[in-house]
Ligand binder design. Structure first.
Ligand SMILES: C[S@@+](CC[C@H](N)C(=O)[O-])C[C@H]1O[C@@H](n2cnc3c(N)ncnc32)[C@H](O)[C@@H]1O
Length: 419
């Protein structure tokens, strides 16, 4: 029995990759728990863990990283309010999720931002989920010290908090907007009964997962997010969603994404959005989220076979596979370099153009991305990923005819299900 066995167990339970936090963090946690349980060594602790399911929770509480603060990456909250203002929800309350919510700063910030934007309490409800009972207890107690208030603009604290012993407490009208639940994003059948969410904050969690687990997490989140919902991740993981069926929502520094295949209606213009009032409270039943089968998700396969429009020399194929791997890992400059070299050395191919388009897309260079996706489709008319991404970009630009044409094409390919 060694610390590696515990690392494996933690990865299995909550997805934690020991490489992300460092093996020493896990070793310290093990030492603390063995001392707390008065156990002499790892063998004894392993047996104890197997006999006492509650101890698993204690170990989890010891290894998770609770770091968070109010209005962390403030642009994300602006992106949330703009997104929901620009859409019609038929008068029903908005459903928002903060997972992981840690000690509560994130979901309470969501509530403050929505109230500031003119939404009434009855207009929205926030579910907040975390795998740590310790963090959730802190969130429910809701007394926050200096560390939770960072940055210089703390005007919100004057409006929404009262000073108390030990720090500041959010007003009840903020706390009532948030419901906390213990939950594991990767747990068996977690959250499958919950209706879809209009906005999901899943920030600073994917960084603790390995690549395979990130894919599973995003698939799970995809099932929880409404077809035209907004997903927000942290800056350190912003390269991940576009590899798993999401596309950038074009909100600078917000790290916001929408489902790449979820072309619903063309989003409201900013003018319409500004004119729109927050939704009124009334409660028609919510539709079940329409899920795409994994095969229909543009980036569902992590190492998809490289399809070329014309038979390419195997060296180019291998290079393009490397380019895709680099893009998968968020190393877009490297991916682009390889793809461009392939074009020079082996001639144009759909995959190379598509990958270059992806790198432009990742850098919010919409015009270039559209050009490259079109080139990919020109060479390979059934390049699903290029079609799906091009459709999303055209949708953003209000090119309704183009969107309809691409939807028809994707439909013929059997992947238009969510359109
Ligand atoms: C760094 S905090 C992020 C909090 C907040 N989202 C933010 O960005 O400020 C990471 C949180 O993820 C939680 N967590 C870790 N693994 C989880 C899992 N598998 N499911 C749900 N929560 C998890 C931890 O308990 C911790 O509170």
């Amino acid at each position: 029995m060694s610390a590696h066995d515990f690392e494996g167990l933690l990865q299995e339970m909550i997805g934690l990759s020991s490489a992300s936090v460092g093996a020493s963090v896990i070793r310290h946690a093990l030492a603390r728990r063995m001392a707390a349980c008065a156990l002499p060594d790892l063998h004894a602790y392993w047996a104890y863990l197997n006999e006492h399911r509650d101890e698993r929770q204690e170990l989890i509480d010891c290894v998770v990283v609770p770091e968070t603060w109010f209005f962390r990456d403030a642009e994300a909250f602006g992106a949330m309010t703009e997104h929901v203002r620009a859409r019609e929800y038929g008068g029903r309350p908005l459903r928002l999720l903060s997972l992981p919510c840690s000690t509560g700063e994130e979901p309470y910030s969501m509530a403050m931002a929505l109230l500031d934007a003119g939404f009434a309490a009855a207009d929205f409800a926030i579910e907040a989920v975390d795998v740590s009972t310790r963090n959730l207890a802190y969130a429910e107690r809701a007394i926050y010290g200096r560390n939770s208030f960072r940055g210089t603009d703390l005007a919100y604290r004057e409006r929404y908090f009262e000073a108390c012993e030990g720090g500041f407490k959010p007003h009840d009208r903020i706390r009532r907007q948030v419901r906390f639940t213990l939950g594991n994003l990767l747990g068996p059948a977690a959250f499958s009964a919950w209706p879809p969410f209009d906005v999901v904050f899943c920030r600073n969690l994917l960084i603790y997962f390995d690549r395979e687990t990130q894919g599973r997490a995003l698939a799970r989140l995809g099932g929880m997010l409404a077809a035209d919902g907004l997903l927000l991740v942290g800056p350190g993981e912003s390269g991940v969603p576009s590899l798993h069926g999401y596309a950038s929502a074009r909100r600078p520094r917000a790290f916001a994404f929408v489902k790449a295949m979820a072309v619903q209606s063309v989003p409201a213009t900013p003018e319409k959005a500004r004119a729109r009032r927050p939704p009124r409270p009334s409660l028609p039943p919510m539709a079940e989220s329409r899920r795409l089968p994994p095969s229909a998700k543009p980036f569902a396969r992590r190492s998809a076979p490289v399809e070329l429009s014309t038979p390419a020399p195997s060296a180019a194929g291998a290079d393009l596979a490397a380019a895709r791997l680099a893009a998968d890992a968020g190393r877009f400059a490297e991916a682009r370099q390889i793809a461009e070299r392939c074009i020079v050395e082996s001639g144009p191919s759909a995959e190379a153009f598509y990958l270059i388009g992806l790198t432009c897309d990742a850098q919010d260079d919409e015009t270039q991305a559209i050009g490259y996706y079109r080139k990919a489709i020109y060479l390979k008319s059934d390049h699903r990923e290029a079609l799906a991404h091009l459709r999303l970009l055209l949708q953003r630009q209000g090119e309704e005819a183009g969107v309809r044409a691409l939807t028809r094409r994707l439909g013929r390919l059997g992947e238009g299900g969510d359109a």
